[in-house]
Design a protein around this ligand. Structure first.
Ligand code: NAD
Length: 369
């Protein structure tokens, strides 16, 4: 199969979808790998590293999209890429369709098969291709939150861990999955006073058992969240309904309950955001202020840390890339059943229930035989 790796187009998206090690394995198993010039440069991989594996370097993404049967990317296609995608082509990348109607319509019109990293799901309901990026985004959310709490950045001027004789900052984490847990670990390690909320009682029990003593758990209800807000310094949004739109746990009317200079980091912005007042921002301009509250809503946080993220992502995606290249998407779903929930669109039809529900579109069961 011809496997194509275009250079990422999103603002400050420095990751690449395949490492030279991955290219080596694909070429070894008889596939042709074509990579856009400089696609790996920001992740520390030179064109020569790919050439040594037997992969080919092409100078434009037009050539990659025109030739490849399987396109492997990191982030969803941007507008300039829409028209390059064609029927019969398989795209394997993050899509987050529920947050983007224009992308949804464009991919339906393309007739391509779209397999979304974020909805590939194992039988234990875990999301193996979201996990590594959620680990990175969760940990980073506290790093950036701490930086924006500094006065010159517009924050309250509070040190996350405090010092002897001065209370630490209070961090509220909404959603206790992978992002939330990783945020809690780092915030706790920095000495903050941490509260983590979830709607799942078993999850809260697990968090209570495994996280340090300066992390307390709380059932995610509007009443409980309202009561926390007047004392918080940093809030992390980390809720997920797989494939669906994120519920707004913090509404616009709740902003006034917080002190000016409080920082909100909405990691879940890629699925619509945990805060009603969130809108997507970029690494170039990561924040904006509404009612005195700093909002950080970068949708590709790991893109800013490509040396760590590319390797972490491809460690997880590569077995599926290999299965798709070896078998084509239909047979690959037999080899790796976790790809089935990843099927978001086939031949212009929506094959993911949550995406169909998000945009009131007709759901079609994917035909696998
Ligand atoms: N911005 C970025 O760069 C970036 C990077 C990685 C992940 N993400 C996003 O972060 C979000 C979280 O990802 P994750 O891997 O932690 O997901 P996850 O499935 O591991 O965790 C989500 C948690 O939300 C909880 N939840 C669901 N509905 C809730 C509600 N109404 N109230 C409270 N909790 C609720 C679930 O019980 C679960 O524990 C996703 O939207 C993901 O796409 C963004």
């Amino acid at each position: 199969m011809i496997v194509g790796i275009p250079k990422e187009m999103k603002n400050n998206e420095n990751r690449v979808a395949l490492t030279p090690g991955g290219a080596y394995e694909l070429v070894k198993s008889g596939h042709q790998v074509i990579i856009e010039q400089n696609a790996g440069a920001a992740s520390g991989f030179a064109d020569e590293d790919y050439l040594e594996t037997g992969a080919k370097i092409l100078s434009t993404s037009d050539e990659i999209f025109a030739q490849a049967e399987l396109i492997v990317k990191v982030k969803e296609p941007v507008e300039s890429e829409f028209k390059k995608i064609r029927p019969g082509q398989t795209l394997f990348t993050y899509f987050h369709f529920a947050a983007d109607r224009e992308l949804t319509d464009a991919m339906l019109a393309s007739g391509a098969t779209c397999i979304a990293y974020e909805t590939v799901q194992k039988s234990d309901r875990s999301l193996p291709l979201l996990t590594p990026m959620s680990e990175i985004a969760g940990r980073t959310s506290i790093q950036v939150g701490a930086a924006f709490l500094e006065k010159p950045q517009g924050g309250k001027g509070i040190l996350l861990g405090g010092v002897p004789g001065v209370k630490p900052a209070k961090v509220l984490i909404l959603g206790g999955g992978i992002v939330g847990t990783n945020a809690a670990k780092i915030a706790a390690g920095m000495g903050a006073d941490v509260v983590i909320c979830d709607i799942s009682l078993p999850r809260l029990r697990y968090l209570e058992d495994t996280l340090p003593a300066n992390v307390r758990t709380l059932m995610a209800s509007e009443y409980n969240i309202r009561r926390e807000l007047p004392q918080v310094d940093l809030v992390v949004g980390a809720v997920l309904v797989p494939g669906g739109k994120t519920p707004h746990l913090l509404t616009r009317s709740m902003l006034s309950l917080m002190e000016p200079g409080t920082v909100l980091v909405d990691v879940a912005i890629d699925q619509g955001g945990t805060f009603e007042s969130s809108h997507a921002t970029t690494h170039d301009e990561p924040t904006y202020v509404e009612e005195g509250v700093i909002h950080y809503c970068v949708g590709n946080i790991p893109g800013g840390l490509p040396r760590t993220s590319t390797v972490a992502l491809t460690n997880a995606t590569f077995p599926y890339v290999q299965a798709l290249a070896d078998n084509g998407w239909k047979k690959a779903c037999g080899v790796c059943p976790e790809l089935i929930p990843g099927l978001n669109m086939i031949d212009g039809k929506v094959t993911c229930k949550n995406v169909a529900a998000a945009w009131n579109l007709t759901y079609t069961e994917p035909a696998l035989d």
